[in-house]
Design a protein around this ligand. Sequence first.
Ligand code: ADP
Length: 263
Amino acid sequence: RRERALQVQIIRFAGNRRMVLSRDISKLQRLENMRRDFVANVSHEMRTPLTVVGGFLETLIDGLDDFSRDEVLHFLSLAHEQSSRMRHLIEDLLALSALETGAPAPLEEGVDVPALMQTVRREAESLSAGRHTVTLVLEGGGGLRGSARELHSAFSNLASNAVRYTPAGGHVELGWRVDAEGGEYWVRDDGIGIDPEHIPRLTERFYRVDRGRSRETGGTGLGLAIVKHILNRHQAVLRVDSEPGKGSRFSMRFPPARIGDES
Ligand code: ADP
């Protein structure tokens, strides 16, 4: 049970009359706590790569002549990696805030799903760099009505997670099916899988099952939070089925009203 927070205000009138106003501010307080956690998380996420970059620069400043050209290059490329991480984090934060507060993108564009999936497949293959096989399954053509940019982002997010959480030699399947109940996009992998207790929390900002692994693969912990927002805006539902050590299947279901012609 959640505790309730009440704000009570007593207004006195002439004579001995009083009016008592009470307002339930539990929700305000919860929002305030969420905001505070969010700021703490963002600061922490930014500080880690900055510390690494700062450390490398300091080492170089203190003893540039002590290092060979190759060693200097090694430091610089590690620093470069960290700066890309910070850039990704900022891009994801901006995407989230645009989804939450910005002007809504048009949700009435016609998106050719099979063409989008070819693009997503190429992106996944490039991220995998030959370490996985990526296959496409198309059951029925069809298009989606929505924001092309947002749908691309949501589709890519699931595909890149599948590659990132599947060891080399694994298989990633991207699928699209249209039936009487609407359209379903799915991504199946035979990767590390997810323990059931984590599944309900995956779309929270910065929630990761394994922080180290997410970092190693360039994760920001914001991908699925962004996906969830995009799906809400398109009246779509995210579903996750997973078994640790066996793999996962992430899918998004779009209602019939969102299915249209390919154009
Ligand atoms: P991240 O940037 O950390 O990948 P996401 O929001 O995209 O953030 O995902 C949240 C967490 O969900 C990940 O850190 C990872 O633990 C888990 N996860 C997401 N997709 C998969 C997958 N296909 N297989 C296993 N774990 C996954």
